[in-house]
Design a protein around this ligand. Structure first.
Ligand SMILES: Cc1ncc(COP(=O)(O)O)c(C=O)c1O
Length: 427
């Protein structure tokens, strides 16, 4: 493993009487002691409201909060810390772009492109934008090999909102190519970086994208902190969507003027302690190095894929090429429901996710109701994958022997034509 398990207090505990094997980092990562201590320190030694007080404690808190903004900017290669907006999570960051930029920009006849592998957080906000503005929502299609067909864009295309890495298939999307295609027709690109930013080096200047959203809690940081990075001129042109304290320049009885970016998007009391502890998580990751994190994810996920494939009883989803795959392995085991699999694994002290992973249209495309998902991070090693595989002995003791030969990576067999058309559905 890349980071010492001993750095993560929770990884030293037992679940159901067995030492915990945590394989659900795509949902949220565990926190190193350094981050937990930074959070405690913020409350014990530095607690005050930021941007408010004229006393030393508040000034210190404000300085730490703004230093973290600078650290976040450096982490994603942004030239200007004022391009960093703190939100509650990636979902809120995407919604900020949808409610502010997209509602003010899109109109009937425009096209908004997402993909078939999007998390609901990068799909439902765009369905709403399409419903309200009359813009058409199109989907980049998933190919049988687990990659995306980048399709075609036209002068009507105004925004491409796509994940950098799939939370189900692990597919790493060629963002730079998509940006080239989108910019060629005058469209902007939003990258949902919730899985990408924690797992690989990301530099917004090199990627060339226009918006990037991600969450602290998926990269060793606390919950309650997300980030929207956007090009400065886009942020300057965007209206705030949450109004109140901290975001104004001047308020009169009948109206208000708003402050500068990014603060005009951060109304109300900020999650100061969590933001500062997020800075500690970035420091921890920076010490490891994001290139090393990516290599590690490739190695451990590649090992898991190899073992599951060799075993032959598993149905696997997503690309087999580790070069285009993040540290996420989704699978099914015979005809056994993923929830049953996850419950039995839980009995062995192994935490995996089972369900639709907030990707219901993708599940329909795969022709399954759910999958089991094992996702790894810096504290996982091959021994965790070995524990996972050996626990399937217990699954078979309960459910009976599963036949060999069910393994497939082809994603197309479950596809019912039109079954994933989502625009306008469900309302
Ligand atoms: C690809 C992707 N996008 C967006 C999100 C939403 O992240 P959050 O719940 O932190 O807002 C997730 C969370 O699992 C995700 O995996």
């Amino acid at each position: 493993m890349l980071a010492a398990k001993a750095d993560f207090p929770l990884l030293g505990t037992t679940m159901r009487g067995r030492s915990l094997v945590y394989l659900d980092s795509a949902a949220t990562t565990q926190k190193p002691r350094a981050v937990i201590e930074a959070l405690t320190r913020a409350y014990e030694c530095g607690n005050a409201n930021v941007h408010r007080g004229a006393y030393e404690l508040s000034e210190r808190a404000t300085a730490l909060y703004e230093e973290t903004r600078e650290r976040v900017a450096r982490f994603v290669g942004a030239g200007d810390p004022r391009e960093i907006v703190f939100t509650r999570n990636a979902t809120e960051a995407i919604n900020l772009v949808a409610r502010s930029w997209a509602l003010a920009t899109l109109k009937q006849g425009d096209e908004l492109i997402v993909s078939e592998i999007e998390h609901h957080s990068n799909l439902v906000p765009w369905q709403e934008v399409a419903r309200i503005t009359g813009a058409r929502l199109s989907h980049l299609e998933l190919r049988p090999d687990g990659t995306l067909d980048l399709g075609a864009m036209t002068s009507r295309t105004k925004l491409v909102a796509v994940t950098g890495a799939s939370n189900v298939l692990g597919t790493i999307v060629p963002v730079r190519r998509l940006v080239g295609m989108a910019h060629a027709v005058g469209a902007l690109v939003l990258v949902d970086g919730a899985q990408m930013v924690p797992q690989m080096p990301v530099n917004v200047t090199e990627l060339g994208c226009d918006f990037l959203a991600f969450s602290s809690h998926k990269m060793l940081g606390p919950t309650g902190v997300g980030v929207l990075w956007a090009r400065r001129e886009l942020l300057e042109a965007m209206e705030p969507i949450v109004f109140g304290g901290g975001m104004i320049r001047e308020v009169w009885r009948g109206g208000s003027s708003f402050g500068e970016v990014p603060w005009r998007f951060e109304a109300g009391t900020s999650s100061y302690a969590e933001v500062v502890a997020f800075g500690e998580a970035l420091r921890y990751l920076g010490t490891i190095g994001m290139a090393a994190v990516r290599e590690h994810e490739k190695t451990v996920a590649g090992y898991a894929l190899g073992r599951l494939l060799d075993d032959g009883r598993f149905e696997l989803y997503g690309p087999l090429d580790p070069e285009i795959r993040a540290g996420v392995v989704s699978f099914n085991f015979g005809a056994i429901h993923p929830h049953d699999v996850a419950t039995i694994l839980d009995g062995e002290g192994i935490a995996v996710r089972a369900g639709h992973h907030c990707c219901m249209p993708l599940m329909r495309k795969l022709g399954v109701a759910a999958t089991v998902r094992a996702s790894v991070y810096v504290y996982n090693g091959q021994e965790d994958i070995d524990r996972l595989l050996s626990a399937f002995g217990q699954v078979e003791r309960i459910f009976g022997k599963q036949r060999r030969g069910a393994c497939r990576t082809d994603l197309s067999s479950g596809l019912a034509p039109g079954s994933i058309e989502v625009a306008g559905q469900g309302r």
